[in-house]
Design a protein around this ligand. Structure first.
Ligand SMILES: [Ca+2]
Ligand SMILES: [Ca+2]
Length: 108
């Protein structure tokens, strides 16, 4: 099951980082858990370079890209990820997202 579907199944959605406070909170989760990083909401699948939330289709209001990112490696990086201990955002291939990467669901 893809990350998005797992989140939906618990009536939530893939974590959307709205501001620095949420970013800091997510960092504590990533650094505490024994994981290398996590998938976060955001995709530029529809239009390269235009990042929107999968849930609402709205443009991301907050981003904190790693220097040099997003770089769209191979022309196929259209999902967003954060890495442990260098927890800025970077783009990754979506096919990694479903099974190789961890993810965090947000429930409101
Ligand atoms: Ca891309
Ligand atoms: Ca990248």
């Amino acid at each position: 099951m893809a990350a998005l579907d797992v989140c939906r199944s618990i009536c939530g959605y893939l974590v959307e980082v709205d501001d620095n406070a949420e970013m800091a909170f997510l960092k504590t989760i990533i650094d505490t858990e024994k994981i290398n990083g996590t998938l976060i909401a955001g995709t530029d699948k529809a239009k390269e370079g235009t990042w929107v939330y999968q849930r609402t289709g709205k443009t991301l209001t907050f981003t904190a890209w790693q220097s040099g990112e997003p770089n769209n490696v191979g022309g196929e990086e259209h999902c967003m990820n954060m890495l442990k201990e260098r927890s800025l955002m970077y783009d990754v291939a979506c096919q990694l997202a479903g099974w190789k990467l961890n993810f965090v669901c947000e429930v409101k």
